[in-house]
Write a protein that binds this ligand. Structure first.
Ligand SMILES: Nc1ncnc2c1ncn2[C@@H]1O[C@H](COP(=O)(O)OP(=O)(O)O)[C@@H](O)[C@H]1O
Ligand SMILES: [Mg+2]
Length: 223
């Protein structure tokens, strides 16, 4: 497919530990159209996070090719990958990964440092993003003063800081109660409507049902 924003071909990944080798991916090929909403499901330990990290340029495959926007990642050096990540891709992790001694607004601003947003604009933009995820009144709160659902919405605002085309989320509701989960799900729907390409690793049946396509990963392969 030519209009795929994310395309992988036969990716394998071997982790070389000190005593054991783990083959996390055994030839995974996927094509995700621009603007699509994809859920990635499968048992724990079968390679879902590894696939997300490779798609997002956080890690490199052992073999195989990855194209983002028709750019082949293996041809890019680490600086090129970092630039791609900061400009085109937003990441959301299961455990939020917020900096505890920064406020919500400052956490969102951290994502803009690398993308060279003028300093004057950073604070304004961070607040606008927090407002967009329903946290206008929490901009000056630190993560410890926020619920899990609120922290995850801060993390989503941070992922949106540079207006990426692609949002990769690894179990974004894995640590949320059902009310917070519903809030995040609603946010995903509105981002999808705005044309973002969403890829969500999830065990949440509701998210998988809302997605346009579901990819199952088992034993490092796409079923
Ligand atoms: N950095 C790493 N070093 C060594 N092994 C890893 C590393 N990351 C993941 N693995 C192993 O790779 C396999 C796939 O892991 P992962 O992609 O995290 O699975 P999932 O997200 O589906 O739970 C597992 O056996 C895991 O232990
Ligand atoms: Mg995982």
């Amino acid at each position: 497919m030519n209009n795929s924003i994310i395309k992988t071909r036969d990716i394998t990944k071997v982790y070389n530990g000190s005593s054991v080798q783990t083959q996390a991916l055994r030839g995974a090929s996927i094509d995700l159209p621009r603007g699509s909403f994809t859920a990635i499901v499968g048992p724990s330990g079968h390679g879902k996070s590894t696939l997300m990290h490779i798609i997002g340029g956080l890690d490199r495959p052992t073999e195989g090719t990855v194209f983002i926007n028709e750019q082949e990642l293996s041809r890019m050096d680490n600086a090129g990958l970092a630039k791609l990540r900061s400009e085109r891709i937003g990441f959301v992790f299961q455990f939020f990964n917020l900096l505890q001694n920064l406020t919500a607004a400052e956490n969102v601003e951290t994502a803009m440092l690398f993308a060279k947003v003028p300093e004057k604009e950073q604070g304004k933009r961070a607040r606008a993003l927090l407002e967009a995820v329903g946290l206008a009144d929490k901009a000056d709160a630190k993560p410890g003063q926020l619920s899990g659902g609120q922290q995850q919405r801060v993390a989503i605002a941070r992922a949106l800081a540079n207006d990426p085309d692609i949002l990769l989320m690894d179990e974004p509701t894995g640590n949320l109660d059902s009310a917070a989960e519903a809030g995040v799900l609603e946010l995903l729907r509105s981002l999808h409507q705005k044309g973002k390409t969403l890829v969500v690793v999830t065990h949440n049946a509701e998210i998988a049902r809302k997605a346009e396509q579901v990819i199952t990963i088992r034993d490092g392969r796409v079923l």
